[in-house]
Design a protein around this ligand. Structure first.
Ligand SMILES: Nc1ncnc2c1ncn2[C@@H]1O[C@H](COP(=O)(O)OP(=O)(O)OP(=O)(O)O)[C@@H](O)[C@H]1O
Ligand SMILES: [Mg+2]
Length: 396
Protein backbone atom coordinates (compact mmCIF):
# COMPACT_ATOMS: atom_id res chain seq x y z
CA UNK A 1 0.00 0.00 0.00
CA UNK A 2 1.06 3.57 -0.57
CA UNK A 3 3.47 4.59 2.22
CA UNK A 4 2.47 8.20 1.72
CA UNK A 5 -1.02 7.56 3.02
CA UNK A 6 0.11 5.14 5.75
CA UNK A 7 -1.97 6.24 8.77
CA UNK A 8 0.02 4.50 11.51
CA UNK A 9 2.16 6.59 13.80
CA UNK A 10 4.82 4.90 15.92
CA UNK A 11 6.80 7.49 17.87
CA UNK A 12 7.23 8.97 21.32
CA UNK A 13 4.20 11.14 21.99
CA UNK A 14 2.99 10.88 18.37
CA UNK A 15 -0.83 10.99 18.38
CA UNK A 16 -2.28 7.73 17.05
CA UNK A 17 -4.78 7.82 14.19
CA UNK A 18 -7.27 6.14 16.57
CA UNK A 19 -6.85 6.48 20.33
CA UNK A 20 -8.33 3.11 21.18
CA UNK A 21 -9.47 1.71 24.50
CA UNK A 22 -9.08 4.82 26.65
CA UNK A 23 -12.57 6.29 26.63
CA UNK A 24 -13.36 5.42 30.23
CA UNK A 25 -10.22 7.08 31.48
CA UNK A 26 -10.77 10.19 29.37
CA UNK A 27 -14.25 10.43 30.84
CA UNK A 28 -12.96 10.02 34.40
CA UNK A 29 -10.54 12.87 33.90
CA UNK A 30 -13.15 15.04 32.27
CA UNK A 31 -15.42 14.54 35.29
CA UNK A 32 -12.55 15.24 37.68
CA UNK A 33 -11.70 18.51 36.01
CA UNK A 34 -15.33 19.66 35.87
CA UNK A 35 -15.78 18.83 39.56
CA UNK A 36 -12.67 20.80 40.41
CA UNK A 37 -14.01 23.75 38.45
CA UNK A 38 -17.14 23.65 40.62
CA UNK A 39 -15.05 23.53 43.78
CA UNK A 40 -16.15 19.97 44.55
CA UNK A 41 -13.66 17.53 46.03
CA UNK A 42 -11.94 15.32 43.50
CA UNK A 43 -8.66 13.50 43.47
CA UNK A 44 -5.86 14.46 41.15
CA UNK A 45 -5.04 11.73 38.64
CA UNK A 46 -1.64 10.18 38.08
CA UNK A 47 -1.48 7.69 35.23
CA UNK A 48 1.19 5.07 35.63
CA UNK A 49 2.41 2.64 33.03
CA UNK A 50 5.31 1.14 31.17
CA UNK A 51 7.14 2.77 28.29
CA UNK A 52 5.15 3.17 25.11
CA UNK A 53 1.67 2.46 26.48
CA UNK A 54 0.35 5.88 25.52
CA UNK A 55 0.69 8.06 28.62
CA UNK A 56 1.95 11.10 26.74
CA UNK A 57 -0.69 11.01 24.03
CA UNK A 58 -3.36 10.64 26.71
CA UNK A 59 -2.08 13.67 28.58
CA UNK A 60 -2.10 15.69 25.38
CA UNK A 61 -5.60 14.57 24.50
CA UNK A 62 -6.88 15.36 28.00
CA UNK A 63 -5.27 18.74 27.81
CA UNK A 64 -6.85 19.54 24.44
CA UNK A 65 -10.24 18.52 25.77
CA UNK A 66 -9.82 20.65 28.88
CA UNK A 67 -8.73 23.71 26.87
CA UNK A 68 -11.72 23.25 24.60
CA UNK A 69 -14.09 23.74 27.55
CA UNK A 70 -12.30 26.77 28.92
CA UNK A 71 -9.96 25.25 31.49
CA UNK A 72 -6.58 26.94 31.85
CA UNK A 73 -3.89 24.34 31.41
CA UNK A 74 -0.17 24.04 31.96
CA UNK A 75 1.75 21.31 30.21
CA UNK A 76 5.25 20.36 31.31
CA UNK A 77 7.54 17.40 31.13
CA UNK A 78 9.88 16.69 33.99
CA UNK A 79 13.24 15.98 32.43
CA UNK A 80 15.98 14.30 34.41
CA UNK A 81 18.08 16.84 36.27
CA UNK A 82 15.82 19.87 36.18
CA UNK A 83 13.95 21.23 39.13
CA UNK A 84 10.18 21.25 39.36
CA UNK A 85 9.96 24.98 40.17
CA UNK A 86 12.06 25.73 37.10
CA UNK A 87 9.80 23.81 34.75
CA UNK A 88 6.58 25.06 36.32
CA UNK A 89 7.33 28.77 36.67
CA UNK A 90 7.32 29.84 32.98
CA UNK A 91 4.17 27.85 32.23
CA UNK A 92 2.41 29.18 35.27
CA UNK A 93 3.29 32.68 34.18
CA UNK A 94 1.62 32.10 30.80
CA UNK A 95 -1.47 30.79 32.50
CA UNK A 96 -1.66 33.72 34.89
CA UNK A 97 -1.14 36.25 32.11
CA UNK A 98 -4.05 34.70 30.24
CA UNK A 99 -6.17 34.73 33.39
CA UNK A 100 -5.32 38.35 33.97
CA UNK A 101 -7.11 39.22 30.72
CA UNK A 102 -10.33 38.07 32.32
CA UNK A 103 -12.03 41.09 33.86
CA UNK A 104 -13.20 39.23 36.97
CA UNK A 105 -9.91 37.49 37.62
CA UNK A 106 -7.61 40.34 36.71
CA UNK A 107 -6.71 41.55 40.18
CA UNK A 108 -6.18 38.14 41.68
CA UNK A 109 -4.22 36.96 38.65
CA UNK A 110 -1.95 39.97 38.98
CA UNK A 111 -1.50 39.19 42.63
CA UNK A 112 -0.52 35.64 41.71
CA UNK A 113 1.98 37.05 39.21
CA UNK A 114 3.47 39.09 42.03
CA UNK A 115 3.61 35.84 43.97
CA UNK A 116 5.40 34.20 41.08
CA UNK A 117 8.00 36.97 41.02
CA UNK A 118 8.65 36.52 44.73
CA UNK A 119 8.68 32.75 44.34
CA UNK A 120 11.27 32.79 41.57
CA UNK A 121 13.50 35.33 43.29
CA UNK A 122 13.44 33.59 46.65
CA UNK A 123 14.04 30.12 45.23
CA UNK A 124 16.71 31.13 42.74
CA UNK A 125 19.40 30.48 45.32
CA UNK A 126 18.42 26.87 45.72
CA UNK A 127 17.14 26.12 42.20
CA UNK A 128 19.46 27.98 39.92
CA UNK A 129 17.74 26.73 36.81
CA UNK A 130 14.65 28.92 37.44
CA UNK A 131 14.29 31.37 34.54
CA UNK A 132 11.07 33.31 34.32
CA UNK A 133 10.00 36.76 33.15
CA UNK A 134 8.76 39.21 35.79
CA UNK A 135 5.64 41.14 34.97
CA UNK A 136 5.18 42.67 38.41
CA UNK A 137 7.26 43.35 41.49
CA UNK A 138 6.99 40.76 44.25
CA UNK A 139 4.54 41.32 47.08
CA UNK A 140 6.54 41.01 50.29
CA UNK A 141 5.44 37.95 52.21
CA UNK A 142 3.70 36.27 49.27
CA UNK A 143 5.35 32.98 48.27
CA UNK A 144 8.79 34.41 48.92
CA UNK A 145 10.13 32.47 51.92
CA UNK A 146 12.67 30.61 49.88
CA UNK A 147 11.22 27.31 51.04
CA UNK A 148 9.64 25.33 48.20
CA UNK A 149 7.07 23.54 50.32
CA UNK A 150 5.66 26.76 51.70
CA UNK A 151 6.06 28.93 48.63
CA UNK A 152 4.57 26.53 46.10
CA UNK A 153 1.56 26.17 48.34
CA UNK A 154 1.12 29.94 48.57
CA UNK A 155 1.63 30.35 44.85
CA UNK A 156 -0.89 27.70 43.82
CA UNK A 157 -3.37 29.10 46.29
CA UNK A 158 -3.01 32.55 44.77
CA UNK A 159 -3.34 31.13 41.27
CA UNK A 160 -6.32 29.03 42.29
CA UNK A 161 -8.05 32.04 43.80
CA UNK A 162 -7.75 33.84 40.47
CA UNK A 163 -9.07 30.84 38.55
CA UNK A 164 -12.02 30.55 40.88
CA UNK A 165 -12.90 34.17 40.33
CA UNK A 166 -12.97 33.51 36.58
CA UNK A 167 -15.12 30.41 37.12
CA UNK A 168 -12.52 28.25 35.54
CA UNK A 169 -9.86 25.86 36.83
CA UNK A 170 -6.14 25.39 36.46
CA UNK A 171 -5.16 21.91 35.32
CA UNK A 172 -1.46 21.11 35.55
CA UNK A 173 -0.36 18.35 33.20
CA UNK A 174 3.02 16.84 34.05
CA UNK A 175 4.65 14.06 32.08
CA UNK A 176 7.52 11.85 33.33
CA UNK A 177 6.69 12.75 36.91
CA UNK A 178 8.88 9.91 38.21
CA UNK A 179 11.94 12.02 37.44
CA UNK A 180 10.99 14.74 39.96
CA UNK A 181 13.09 14.63 43.12
CA UNK A 182 11.23 13.24 46.10
CA UNK A 183 11.57 16.43 48.11
CA UNK A 184 10.05 18.45 45.27
CA UNK A 185 7.30 15.89 44.82
CA UNK A 186 6.54 16.29 48.50
CA UNK A 187 6.14 20.03 48.03
CA UNK A 188 3.83 19.52 45.11
CA UNK A 189 1.71 17.08 47.09
CA UNK A 190 1.46 19.49 50.03
CA UNK A 191 0.50 22.35 47.75
CA UNK A 192 -2.24 20.31 46.08
CA UNK A 193 -3.46 19.10 49.43
CA UNK A 194 -3.81 22.67 50.54
CA UNK A 195 -5.61 23.89 47.43
CA UNK A 196 -7.99 20.93 47.72
CA UNK A 197 -8.73 21.79 51.34
CA UNK A 198 -9.47 25.36 50.41
CA UNK A 199 -11.53 24.26 47.40
CA UNK A 200 -9.37 26.18 45.00
CA UNK A 201 -9.79 24.86 41.47
CA UNK A 202 -6.32 23.46 40.86
CA UNK A 203 -5.77 19.90 39.74
CA UNK A 204 -2.78 17.81 38.72
CA UNK A 205 -3.02 15.33 35.89
CA UNK A 206 0.27 13.48 35.76
CA UNK A 207 1.88 10.54 34.07
CA UNK A 208 4.89 8.45 34.85
CA UNK A 209 6.51 5.06 35.04
CA UNK A 210 5.13 2.58 37.58
CA UNK A 211 7.73 3.58 40.18
CA UNK A 212 5.89 6.91 40.49
CA UNK A 213 3.33 5.47 42.85
CA UNK A 214 5.93 4.37 45.38
CA UNK A 215 7.83 7.62 45.05
CA UNK A 216 4.70 9.61 45.82
CA UNK A 217 3.99 7.48 48.86
CA UNK A 218 7.52 7.90 50.17
CA UNK A 219 7.42 11.64 49.54
CA UNK A 220 4.20 12.02 51.56
CA UNK A 221 2.50 9.10 53.21
CA UNK A 222 -0.96 10.55 52.60
CA UNK A 223 -0.36 10.84 48.82
CA UNK A 224 -2.18 7.56 48.26
CA UNK A 225 -5.36 9.15 49.57
CA UNK A 226 -4.98 12.35 47.59
CA UNK A 227 -4.45 10.83 44.15
CA UNK A 228 -5.89 8.18 41.92
CA UNK A 229 -3.31 6.08 40.12
CA UNK A 230 -5.00 4.54 37.10
CA UNK A 231 -2.77 1.96 35.45
CA UNK A 232 -2.28 2.36 31.74
CA UNK A 233 -1.36 -0.93 30.15
CA UNK A 234 -1.48 -2.88 26.96
CA UNK A 235 -4.66 -2.53 24.93
CA UNK A 236 -7.29 -5.25 25.18
CA UNK A 237 -7.46 -7.41 22.04
CA UNK A 238 -10.60 -5.56 20.96
CA UNK A 239 -9.02 -2.16 21.46
CA UNK A 240 -5.83 -3.16 19.66
CA UNK A 241 -7.92 -4.37 16.77
CA UNK A 242 -9.81 -1.11 16.71
CA UNK A 243 -6.53 0.83 16.70
CA UNK A 244 -5.61 -0.99 13.48
CA UNK A 245 -8.92 -1.43 11.72
CA UNK A 246 -10.44 2.03 12.13
CA UNK A 247 -7.63 4.05 10.52
CA UNK A 248 -7.22 1.52 7.70
CA UNK A 249 -10.93 1.42 6.96
CA UNK A 250 -10.97 5.18 6.56
CA UNK A 251 -8.91 4.48 3.46
CA UNK A 252 -10.94 1.42 2.44
CA UNK A 253 -8.22 -0.98 3.56
CA UNK A 254 -9.07 -4.11 5.55
CA UNK A 255 -7.07 -6.60 7.61
CA UNK A 256 -7.82 -10.34 7.51
CA UNK A 257 -8.56 -11.95 10.87
CA UNK A 258 -5.35 -13.99 10.66
CA UNK A 259 -3.37 -10.84 10.10
CA UNK A 260 -4.96 -9.18 13.14
CA UNK A 261 -4.38 -12.24 15.32
CA UNK A 262 -0.75 -12.34 14.34
CA UNK A 263 -0.26 -8.65 15.17
CA UNK A 264 -1.89 -9.27 18.54
CA UNK A 265 0.54 -12.12 19.25
CA UNK A 266 3.58 -10.13 18.20
CA UNK A 267 2.68 -6.88 19.95
CA UNK A 268 0.77 -8.21 22.96
CA UNK A 269 -1.39 -5.14 22.51
CA UNK A 270 1.30 -2.63 23.49
CA UNK A 271 0.31 0.58 21.73
CA UNK A 272 3.75 1.54 20.46
CA UNK A 273 4.17 -1.91 18.91
CA UNK A 274 0.66 -1.90 17.48
CA UNK A 275 1.54 1.29 15.60
CA UNK A 276 4.85 -0.14 14.45
CA UNK A 277 3.31 -3.37 13.16
CA UNK A 278 0.42 -1.50 11.55
CA UNK A 279 2.86 0.75 9.74
CA UNK A 280 5.09 -2.02 8.45
CA UNK A 281 2.24 -4.33 7.49
CA UNK A 282 0.68 -1.50 5.49
CA UNK A 283 3.92 -0.80 3.65
CA UNK A 284 4.53 -4.48 2.88
CA UNK A 285 1.03 -5.31 1.59
CA UNK A 286 0.37 -4.80 -2.11
CA UNK A 287 -3.40 -4.63 -1.90
CA UNK A 288 -6.26 -4.78 0.61
CA UNK A 289 -6.83 -6.86 2.63
CA UNK A 290 -3.59 -6.93 4.57
CA UNK A 291 -2.94 -10.64 5.07
CA UNK A 292 -1.06 -12.93 7.42
CA UNK A 293 1.86 -13.22 4.99
CA UNK A 294 2.17 -9.43 4.97
CA UNK A 295 2.32 -9.33 8.75
CA UNK A 296 4.92 -12.09 8.86
CA UNK A 297 7.06 -10.20 6.38
CA UNK A 298 6.47 -6.96 8.29
CA UNK A 299 7.62 -8.45 11.58
CA UNK A 300 11.25 -8.40 10.50
CA UNK A 301 11.23 -4.73 9.57
CA UNK A 302 9.05 -3.78 12.55
CA UNK A 303 11.48 -5.41 14.98
CA UNK A 304 14.42 -3.77 13.21
CA UNK A 305 12.74 -0.37 13.46
CA UNK A 306 12.07 -0.85 17.18
CA UNK A 307 15.64 -1.97 17.76
CA UNK A 308 16.88 1.17 16.05
CA UNK A 309 14.65 3.59 17.94
CA UNK A 310 12.35 2.60 20.79
CA UNK A 311 14.75 0.11 22.38
CA UNK A 312 18.02 1.60 21.19
CA UNK A 313 17.62 5.07 22.72
CA UNK A 314 17.25 3.42 26.10
CA UNK A 315 20.12 0.99 25.65
CA UNK A 316 22.54 3.71 24.58
CA UNK A 317 22.16 5.52 27.91
CA UNK A 318 23.43 2.57 29.94
CA UNK A 319 26.84 1.89 31.42
CA UNK A 320 28.50 -1.45 30.66
CA UNK A 321 27.58 -2.78 34.11
CA UNK A 322 23.95 -1.68 33.71
CA UNK A 323 23.82 -3.49 30.37
CA UNK A 324 25.14 -6.65 31.98
CA UNK A 325 22.54 -6.39 34.73
CA UNK A 326 19.70 -6.08 32.24
CA UNK A 327 21.14 -8.88 30.13
CA UNK A 328 21.21 -11.11 33.20
CA UNK A 329 17.55 -10.24 33.82
CA UNK A 330 16.75 -11.11 30.22
CA UNK A 331 18.48 -14.44 30.68
CA UNK A 332 15.79 -15.25 33.24
CA UNK A 333 12.93 -14.24 30.92
CA UNK A 334 10.35 -11.45 30.87
CA UNK A 335 10.19 -11.08 34.66
CA UNK A 336 9.69 -9.81 37.27
CA UNK A 337 12.72 -11.44 38.87
CA UNK A 338 14.09 -11.69 42.39
CA UNK A 339 17.23 -9.62 42.95
CA UNK A 340 18.93 -12.72 44.29
CA UNK A 341 18.26 -14.66 41.11
CA UNK A 342 19.70 -11.88 38.97
CA UNK A 343 22.79 -11.78 41.17
CA UNK A 344 23.15 -15.56 40.81
CA UNK A 345 23.17 -15.27 37.03
CA UNK A 346 26.00 -12.76 37.32
CA UNK A 347 27.69 -14.83 40.02
CA UNK A 348 27.88 -11.80 42.31
CA UNK A 349 26.60 -11.11 45.83
CA UNK A 350 23.27 -9.23 45.77
CA UNK A 351 24.62 -6.34 47.82
CA UNK A 352 27.37 -5.57 45.33
CA UNK A 353 24.69 -5.01 42.67
CA UNK A 354 22.63 -2.57 44.76
CA UNK A 355 24.11 0.58 43.19
CA UNK A 356 23.60 -0.74 39.64
CA UNK A 357 20.02 -1.63 40.41
CA UNK A 358 19.38 1.83 41.94
CA UNK A 359 20.82 3.69 39.01
CA UNK A 360 18.71 1.61 36.62
CA UNK A 361 15.63 2.55 38.63
CA UNK A 362 16.62 6.22 38.53
CA UNK A 363 17.08 6.05 34.78
CA UNK A 364 13.61 4.59 34.50
CA UNK A 365 14.77 1.25 33.05
CA UNK A 366 13.49 -1.04 35.78
CA UNK A 367 11.15 -0.83 38.74
CA UNK A 368 10.18 -2.87 41.70
CA UNK A 369 6.61 -4.22 41.61
CA UNK A 370 7.13 -5.80 45.05
CA UNK A 371 9.88 -5.70 47.58
CA UNK A 372 12.90 -7.51 46.20
CA UNK A 373 11.40 -7.93 42.74
CA UNK A 374 12.75 -6.26 39.65
CA UNK A 375 10.92 -5.78 36.35
CA UNK A 376 11.62 -3.98 33.07
CA UNK A 377 9.78 -0.70 32.43
CA UNK A 378 10.05 -1.27 28.68
CA UNK A 379 7.73 -3.99 27.35
CA UNK A 380 9.53 -6.86 25.57
CA UNK A 381 12.91 -5.45 26.58
CA UNK A 382 14.09 -8.93 27.55
CA UNK A 383 13.86 -10.08 23.94
CA UNK A 384 15.72 -6.99 22.78
CA UNK A 385 18.54 -7.66 25.24
CA UNK A 386 18.96 -11.11 23.72
CA UNK A 387 19.17 -9.61 20.24
CA UNK A 388 21.57 -6.82 21.13
CA UNK A 389 23.87 -8.94 23.33
CA UNK A 390 23.57 -12.35 21.70
CA UNK A 391 26.77 -14.07 22.78
CA UNK A 392 27.74 -14.96 26.35
CA UNK A 393 30.67 -12.53 26.75
CA UNK A 394 28.59 -10.37 29.13
CA UNK A 395 28.95 -13.07 31.77
CA UNK A 396 32.61 -12.39 32.42
N1 LIG B 1 -4.77 4.13 22.83
C1 LIG B 1 -3.93 4.00 21.79
N2 LIG B 1 -4.31 3.40 20.65
C2 LIG B 1 -3.45 3.28 19.63
N3 LIG B 1 -2.19 3.74 19.63
C3 LIG B 1 -1.75 4.35 20.73
C4 LIG B 1 -2.58 4.51 21.87
N4 LIG B 1 -1.89 5.15 22.83
C5 LIG B 1 -0.68 5.39 22.30
N5 LIG B 1 -0.55 4.92 21.06
C6 LIG B 1 0.66 5.00 20.23
O1 LIG B 1 1.70 4.41 21.01
C7 LIG B 1 2.91 5.13 20.87
C8 LIG B 1 3.45 5.53 22.24
O2 LIG B 1 2.63 6.51 22.85
P1 LIG B 1 3.23 7.49 23.98
O3 LIG B 1 4.49 8.12 23.51
O4 LIG B 1 2.12 8.37 24.42
O5 LIG B 1 3.56 6.44 25.13
P2 LIG B 1 4.18 6.74 26.58
O6 LIG B 1 3.45 5.86 27.53
O7 LIG B 1 4.18 8.18 26.83
O8 LIG B 1 5.66 6.19 26.41
P3 LIG B 1 6.99 6.64 27.21
O9 LIG B 1 6.88 6.07 28.59
O10 LIG B 1 8.09 6.01 26.42
O11 LIG B 1 7.05 8.13 27.20
C9 LIG B 1 2.62 6.28 19.92
O12 LIG B 1 3.06 5.91 18.64
C10 LIG B 1 1.11 6.41 19.96
O13 LIG B 1 0.60 6.88 18.72
MG1 LIG C 1 5.69 9.51 27.20
Amino acid sequence: MDPITNPFAPGAGTPPPELAGRDALLETVRVTIERIRLGRPSKSVLMVGLRGVGKTVLLDRMRDEAEAVGIHTLRVEAPENRSLPAILAPQLRQTLLRLSRNAKAKELAQRALRGLAGFAKALKMKYQDIEVGFDFDPEPGLADNGDLEHDLQALLEAAGAAAREAETAIAIFVDELQYVEEEQLASLITALHRTAQRQHPVVLIGAGLPQLRGRMGRAKSYAERLFDFPEIGALSPDAAQQALVVPAREQSVEFTDDALDRIQTETQGYPYFVQEWGKHAWDVADTSPIELADVIAASTSAVAALDESFFRVRFDRLTPMEKRYLRAMAELGAGPHRSGDIADVLDRPVTSLGPTRSSLINKGMIWSPNHGDTAFTVPLFDQFMHRIMPDQSWRS
